[in-house]
Design a protein around this ligand. Structure first.
Ligand code: NAD
Ligand code: LMR
Length: 398
């Protein structure tokens, strides 16, 4: 007998749409909170075999309306497998919960070196479509990864007050190396989302490991810099008294200190800032991670806002895999937009990963932004080279 139960579906964040491009609306930005609302929406009852149909029925009318002038009609099916490595951690637990709520996920694999059984048992009681499975320790990693479409990696140690992200390198570089090596062996075609810090180095490490294994697809390796965009949007909306849901600030460069460069001149909707506001907002966005580390006073770094940001990036990736042609996110990826081999910028994501860059984002920068862009390059270059050198010293077994 099917038990009627209420469930929730959601759409996270404000990934940009690429439709209706025009000079005044280059990203087809939509401010309709029905589409882009950053939160939870209760949906009607569903259960058992009716799950997918009910999800489609609840979602489709809105999607049809919103997409009537578009080619793609979003009809979510719970058909994607997601693996979360580091799932018992501060980010891992709330992120697992948020991914469990996605209507696009059929299987959620939770992996950690410890304490993941309880997290999986707990989350598995939520009556949303995905099946949850737990995997503990290296011996279970391969099974965790087989057949997976998206792998999210927040495994590793967080900062304490007084530390830089680079201070995490010695521990986290090895963790990312080993996990990505297992991804290469077991699900080489998956999208890989790297959250573990220092992202400026861990993404190049992942790229080198994948190259050594002969399975590197630069279009599918993403450094998750979404939290920088989430913060920039929040701080700018607060400062300029704008509706949060309307605001989009691209953040480029990398994910540490001055390598985080919010492009306030490209804020949508367009807003004007005094020189003092630009300086204050830029510095706050660059130091926002440290703001949380200091507030937590030794108990770690951002976990809840990070889980929110990472869930948004997962949802965007799943929508892209599902054929939505309107997915734009900022991400730290292999790039030829600048002379640096890796660079965070807005990218269009499609079924095969990064489909396009948006070179205009780096055109027409303000003098402040242009200077900041030049200033960040040496630090970002050094972090990339450090990651590459580390990975090239490793012996990876094929
Ligand atoms: P945490 O210590 O709370 O959790 C980390 C988890 O990783 C733990 O459960 C631990 O058991 C697990 N782990 C360690 N080694 C592992 C391995 N080899 N395989 C699988 N799991 C392993 O830390 P956290 O607060 O969740 O942060 C995790 C990482 O994310 C840190 O490096 C942090 O700096 C980074 N972070 C990045 C961003 C970003 O914007 N990209 C934001 C916040 C935090
Ligand atoms: C953040 O930006 O919050 C993360 O990179 C964690 C940190 O160490 O600041």
């Amino acid at each position: 007998m099917a038990t009627a139960a209420s469930a929730a579906t959601f759409s996270i964040g404000t990934a940009q749409t690429g439709r209706s491009l025009s000079p005044s609306n280059p990203f087809g930005f939509k401010s309709n909170s029905q589409v882009n609302f950053s939160g939870l929406k209760a949906m009607s009852s569903f259960s058992g075999n009716e799950t997918c149909a009910a999800l489609r029925a609840t979602f489709a009318p809105k999607a049809v309306k919103e997409n009537q002038n578009r080619n793609h009609i979003l009809q979510p099916q719970a058909s994607y497998k997601v693996a979360l490595l580091g799932a018992a951690g501060g980010i891992g637990q709330p992120l697992a919960l948020l991914i469990k709520m996605s209507p696009l996920v059929s299987d959620l694999h939770l992996y950690d070196i410890a304490n993941v059984k309880g997290v999986a048992a707990d989350i598995s009681h939520c009556n949303t479509p995905s099946k949850v499975a737990d995997f503990t320790g290296a011996a279970e990693l391969a099974n965790c990864l087989k057949g997976v479409d998206v792998v999210v990696i927040p495994a590793g140690v967080p900062r304490k007050p007084g530390m830089t992200r680079d201070d995490l390198f010695n521990i986290n570089a090895g963790i990312v190396r080993d996990l990505v090596s297992a991804v290469a062996d077991n699900c080489p075609g998956a999208f890989i989302h790297i959250i573990s810090n220092p992202v400026n180095s861990t993404v190049p490490i992942a790229a080198e490991i994948l190259k050594q294994k002969g399975v590197y697809d630069p279009k599918k390796l993403f450094g998750v810099s979404t939290l920088d965009v989430v913060r920039a949007n929040t701080f700018v909306a607060q400062r300029k008294n704008l509706r949060l849901i309307d605001v989009d600030v691209p953040v480029v460069g990398g994910h540490a200190g001055i390598t985080i460069l919010p492009l306030l001149s490209k804020t949508k909707p367009s807003a004007s800032f005094t020189d003092e506001e630009i300086e204050e907002l830029t510095v706050r966005i660059q130091n926002a991670g440290t703001e949380v580390v200091e507030a937590k006073a030794g108990a770690g770094s951002a976990t809840l806002s990070m889980a929110y940001a990472a869930a948004r990036f997962v949802e965007s990736s799943l929508r892209a895999l599902d054929g939505d042609a309107d997915v734009y996110e900022c991400s730290y990826v292999q790039s030829d937009l600048t002379d640096l081999p890796f660079f965070a910028s807005r990218v269009k994501i499609g079924r095969k990963g990064v489909e396009a860059f948006i070179p205009t984002d780096l055109q027409g920068l303000s003098e402040y932004e242009q200077k900041a862009l030049e200033a960040l390059k040496p630090e970002l270059k050094a972090s990339i080279e450090k990651g590459v050198a580390f990975a090239q010293k490793q012996t990876v077994t094929c």
